[in-house]
Design a protein around this ligand. Sequence first.
Ligand SMILES: [Zn+2]
Length: 172
Amino acid sequence: MALLSIVQAPDPRLKVKCEPVAQVDDAVRRFMDDMLETMYDAPGIGLSAPQVGDTRRIMVVDLARDPGKPAPLRMANPEIVEFSDEIRLGEEGCLSLPEHFAEVERPARIRVRYLDENNMSRELDADGLLSACIQHELDHLDGILFVDHLSSLRRNLILRKMKKAKRLVAAA
Ligand SMILES: [Zn+2]
């Protein structure tokens, strides 16, 4: 496995609409495992392909937060097939916007359909943090960041800070 480098916002690679994979083969499985290793190392609870500079509809999630007991979800071509009218407000962060957090409104419960690491079509009902995390990662596959759900004032404030931090890193 290999650690991948995580793209930091603002970056045009985070604005791309990703393409479905034809099937989950060995190469895709290897990529999913590299993404998981990168996510655990960061550490984070979700990671999507564009965050590591890839344009395929692939994402990984693990809410276990316990390195001894991993519970990874590997998803290709995820799509939300049902969502609740009930809305949940939850705090979100993002490995591409480190150190920035904000409350985001999303449907409280979803059903997501995806291809797993064995190329099997699966459906999963999710609520709470898992629901929010899956929606957050799926947004990435359509070039949407969590700050895009905020007011433009709030979004621009965060993106300006990110730009400034990037310039400081580049100058160092
Ligand atoms: Zn994110």
